[in-house]
Design a protein around this ligand. Structure first.
Ligand SMILES: NC(=O)c1ccc[n+]([C@@H]2O[C@H](COP(=O)([O-])OP(=O)(O)OC[C@H]3O[C@@H](n4cnc5c(N)ncnc54)[C@H](O)[C@@H]3O)[C@@H](O)[C@H]2O)c1
Length: 250
């Protein structure tokens, strides 16, 4: 059976769990060799690789903090040893629920370092390798909150708004060879939405803000990532695609 991504090499950051894991799995199932990067979940990442291999797919896992430039350079040395990178999914991210007046400068810097500096560093190194190469794709993971803003989540919303701006700028700078788009999910059932990160009140409100009145699944995001990575999306660049249950209607 032929896959939509046969022969492609893909890097998915933050792929030890959640949305990144689902994207790594669907890319591998469609024939890509997938490099999964993660920060600290070594056992989780190894389990994702084993699961992919058990289904006949190809994957390796490499630890790298997206906010750490040296670790990202080392990550790309490992990617280069496999072959030329075709697809990047800039997925790793963190969230912070905190009223602005309680948010410290350290809180703000931590969140921006992972969400924004991380996508800048990982994206820049990918684009260095993709420049001028047809068929290459960058997919940045944003959020529906980048459009709406949200009380108690302003640092997170700002980081994702900046990611939309990076996406549009890169789409212009690297056209027509590299297609650069973002996915801005609505609320998705992952550890990010669990009660360690978000109050029960907010999780319920997130659901109510969708017109479908439900939280989405990781498979509903990975399907969009596959579309953006695959052969059917050749006239899309600089777009912020919203699998969000109708929480935002631009
Ligand atoms: N779950 C949602 O409702 C939702 C909605 C909109 C956008 N998103 C975005 O989707 C992406 C994935 O989120 P998720 O829900 O799967 O979250 P998650 O917490 O389940 O997974 C996040 C992943 O990012 C990794 N990560 C965190 N900090 C890192 C760092 N410094 N370096 C490298 N990796 C790091 C984690 O190890 C993990 O693998 C994030 O960018 C998030 O902002 C999620």
């Amino acid at each position: 059976m032929t896959g939509q991504l046969d022969g492609k090499i893909a890097l998915v950051t933050g792929a030890s769990r959640g949305i990144g894991k689902a994207i790594a799995e669907i890319f591998a199932a469609q024939g890509a060799t997938v490099v999964l990067s993660y920060r600290s979940g070594t056992d989780e990442a190894a389990a994702v690789v084993s699961g992919i291999e058990a289904h006949g797919g190809k994957a390796i896992a490499i630890a790298a903090d997206v906010a750490n430039e040296q670790q990202i350079v080392a990550l790309y040395e490992a990617v280069d040893a496999i072959g030329p990178l075709d697809i990047l999914v800039n997925n790793a991210g963190v969230i912070l629920e905190k009223p602005l007046l309680d948010t410290t400068a350290d809180d703000f810097d931590w969140l921006m370092n992972v969400n924004l500096r991380g996508q800048f560093l990982v994206g820049r190194e990918a684009l260095r390798r993709m420049v001028g190469r047809d068929g290459t794709r960058v997919i940045n993971i944003s959020s529906d909150l980048s459009f709406t803003g949200r009380e108690d989540f302003s640092a997170y919303c700002a980081s994702k708004g900046a990611i939309n701006a990076l996406t549009k700028s890169w789409a212009r700078e690297f056209a027509p060879h590299v297609l650069v788009n973002a996915i801005a999910p609505g609320p998705i059932d992952t550890d990010m939405l669990d009660l360690e990160n978000m109050s029960a009140e907010w999780a319920e409100k997130e659901k109510e803000l969708t017109v479908l009145k439900r939280i989405g699944t990781v498979d509903e995001i990975s399907a969009v990532a596959l579309f953006l990575a695959g052969p059917g999306s050749t006239y899309l660049s600089g777009q912020i695609i919203g699998p969000n249950g109708g929480s935002v209607m631009p």
